[in-house]
Design a protein around this ligand. Structure first.
Ligand code: SAM
Length: 473
C-alpha cells in the first residue's frame, strides 16, 4: 500500500504505485492539455509530484520538451544564480564485503588492489587537495566493519578538519558511506559532517536484490530506510542518488521523487542534493553488460526535470561525465560538480601504476585539473564557488530550505561565492585563471542587489586581499 508517510521502504517506495505512475504517464504522454497544465504548475516553481513529473518524462513533443528545458534554466537562474559549487571525492578505503555486481570493490574481486589510508596518508591527501584549492570533500569508502569501522571514518574526519596547511582548510566534509545505524549517524553528526550521501542504486526491489546478491547491502529495506535513520540521528542534510544504467530510468525517476516526497512528508525537509551517476567502466566491470544505459539526451532531460520537480534540491554531477556532457547539463539545473577527482585510494598523492594494480572505483571522463575546471566555468559565465558558509552558519535542513524558498539565500550565496572565488584566485590560481577571475568578480559585484551587502562585500574583498580568510555571510 503506497504511503509517503510510512517508515517502511516498500510503502513509501511502492512498486505498484510506480507501475501505476508509469502506466498513467504512458497513457498521457500525448495529452498536450494535461502536459501544458503540468508545465503551468511547474512555472510556479514549487515543484511537481512523481506522477506529474513522470508524464513530462514520457512526453516526446519537441515544443513541450523545449519548454521543460527553458523552465529548468529559469529555475536554476532564480534559485542558484550562476554559481557552481566545487568539491572533490576522497577515497579512504576500498575494502568491501558487499557483492554489488556493478562495483569493482565487490568481495569476489581478487584483482583490484585493496588499500586503506592511514591517518598520515589521509593528511597527505588532504594537503594535496588543499594545495589545489579544494574546501569541500565527499568521503568515500567501501563497507567493511573490520577494515572501515565507524571509528575509522570518525577519526579520518577529525584528521581532515584538523589540517591547516598554508591558507588551506577543508571546511565541509560530506560523507558517502554504507547505510548504518541511528547511533552511527549521531556520531557522524557530532563529527560535524555536512551532507550524508547514500545512493539508492536502484529503487526496483527485485533488481536491487539481484544486483546486491551478498553482504549487508543486500538488505533492501535497511538501505532504503537509511535516510530516515540518518535524520533520526540528527543529520538534516541528506543526499539521494540513483546509479543510472541498472534499471529503467523512468522507474528510477519516479522512485527518486517518491523518496524526496517521503522525506518531506515525514521530516518536513526534502533531500539536500540529488546525484545522477551513470555506470562507468571499472576493474572487471563492463557498463555495456547492463541493459539500461541512458544516452546523453535522456541524461539531460532527467537533469532538467529534477531541477523542475525539486527546485530547492541541489543537483550533483561528478567527473563520471565528460566536459561536453557537463557543459550540456550545467545550465539545466546542476549546482555542484567535482573537479580534478581521483577515484583511487591515495590517488591525489601518487599516480596509479597499472603494473602494480589499480585501486580505483571507476574511470573518470573529466580528467582536467581544478585550475582548468575553474577557468572553464568562468569562461562559460559561471561563478565557481568554494562556499561552505550555510553549513558553518547553521543554515542546514529546514532552515536552509526556508531561506531558499523566500529567496533570501541570494543575499548570502552570491557574495559568499565571490569571496571564496577571490580566496581561490589569490591562493591557488594560475596567472591566466586569475585574470579571468578578477574580471568576473568585477562584473559580478553589481549583481549583489542589496546596497548594504554589496558595500560590506567590497570591504571583505579588501580584507581577503590583505590576507584574511573565511569571511562569510
Ligand atoms: N560503499 C558505499 C555504499 O554502499 O553506498 C558508498 C561508497 S561508493 C564508493 C559510491 C558510489 O559509487 C556507489 O553508491 C555507486 O553508486 C557508485 N559506483 C559503484 N560502481 C560504479 C561504477 N562502476 N560506475 C559508476 N559509479 C559506480
Amino acid at each position: 500500500m503506497y504511503n509517503p508517510k510510512s517508515l517502511k521502504a516498500e510503502e513509501f517506495i511502492s512498486h505498484e504505485e510506480i507501475l501505476d505512475t508509469l502506466d498513467y504517464a504512458d497513457k498521457n504522454k500525448d495529452n498536450l492539455e494535461l502536459i501544458d497544465k503540468i508545465l503551468d504548475k511547474a512555472q510556479l516553481k514549487k515543484g511537481l509530484d512523481h506522477r506529474e513529473a513522470s508524464v513530462l518524462l514520457a512526453c516526446e513533443n519537441p515544443e513541450r520538451i523545449q519548454r521543460m528545458y527553458d523552465l529548468a534554466r529559469q529555475i536554476k537562474k532564480d534559485f542558484y544564480g550562476n554559481r557552481i559549487v566545487i568539491f572533490a571525492p576522497l577515497y579512504l578505503s576500498n575494502y568491501c564485503i558487499n557483492g554489488c555486481t556493478y562495483c569493482p570493490y565487490h568481495l569476489k574481486n581478487k584483482h583490484i588492489l585493496r588499500k586503506k589510508l592511514s591517518q598520515e596518508e589521509i593528511a597527505r591527501e588532504v594537503i594535496a587537495l588543499q594545495d589545489m584549492g579544494h574546501k569541500r570533500l565527499a568521503l568515500e569508502a567501501g563497507e567493511d566493519p573490520v577494515n572501515n569501522p565507524i571509528e575509522y571514518i570518525l577519526e579520518s574526519i577529525k584528521t581532515i578538519y584538523g589540517i591547516k596547511h598554508k591558507n588551506g582548510a577543508i571546511r565541509r566534509v560530506n560523507v558517502n558511506i554504507a547505510a548504518t545505524t541511528v547511533e552511527n549517524y549521531r556520531k557522524l553528526k557530532e563529527a560535524e559532517i555536512g551532507t550524508y550521501i547514500l545512493f539508492q542504486e536502484t529503487y526496483h526491489k527485485e533488481s536491487y536484490l539481484k544486483l546486491h546478491p551478498t553482504g549487508p547491502k543486500h538488505d533492501y529495506a535497511y538501505h532504503t530506510e537509511a535516510m530516515d535513520r540518518a535524520m533520526e540521528g540528527g543529520i538534516d542534510d541528506v543526499g539521494l542518488g540513483v546509479l543510472f544504467g541498472l534499471e529503467l530510468y523512468r522507474y528510477e525517476f519516479a522512485g527518486l521523487l517518491m523518496h524526496a516526497e517521503h522525506l518531506e512528508a515525514v521530516h518536513g525537509v526534502g533531500p539536500h542534493t540529488i546525484s545522477v551517476p551513470r555506470i562507468k567502466k571499472a576493474d572487471g566491470i563492463d557498463p555495456s553488460l547492463f541493459d539500461n544505459g541512458i544516452d546523453d539526451e535522456i541524461f539531460a532531460k532527467l537533469c532538467a526535470l529534477i531541477r523542475i520537480c525539486v527546485p530547492y534540491t541541489g543537483i550533483i554531477v561528478s567527473t563520471r561525465e565528460s566536459q561536453s556532457v557537463r557543459e550540456k547539463v550545467l545550465p539545466l539545473g546542476v549546482s555542484q560538480i567535482s573537479g580534478a577527482s581521483r577515484t583511487s585510494v591515495g590517488g591525489y598523492c601518487e599516480e596509479e601504476i597499472p603494473e602494480e594494480g589499480d585501486s580505483s572505483q571507476f574511470e573518470t571522463s573529466d580528467r582536467r585539473t581544478l585550475d582548468q575546471v575553474v577557468k572553464w566555468l568562468m569562461e562559460l559565465g559561471y561563478i565557481p564557488s568554494f562556499c561552505t558558509a550555510c553549513y558553518k552558519e547553521g543554515r542546514t535542513g529546514d532552515r536552509f530550505m526556508s531561506l531558499c524558498k523566500t529567496g533570501q539565500i541570494q543575499n548570502c550565496c552570491h557574495p559568499n561565492a565571490l569571496m571564496t572565488l577571490q580566496e581561490y584566485l589569490i591562493d591557488y590560481a594560475s596567472p591566466e585563471t586569475r585574470t579571468v577571475g578578477e574580471k568576473l568578480i568585477k562584473e559580478q559585484m553589481p549583481e549583489i542587489l542589496s546596497d548594504k551587502v554589496r558595500s560590506l562585500t567590497e570591504g571583505y574583498m579588501q580584507d581577503i586581499r590583505d590576507g584574511k580568510r573565511y569571511i562569510r555571510f
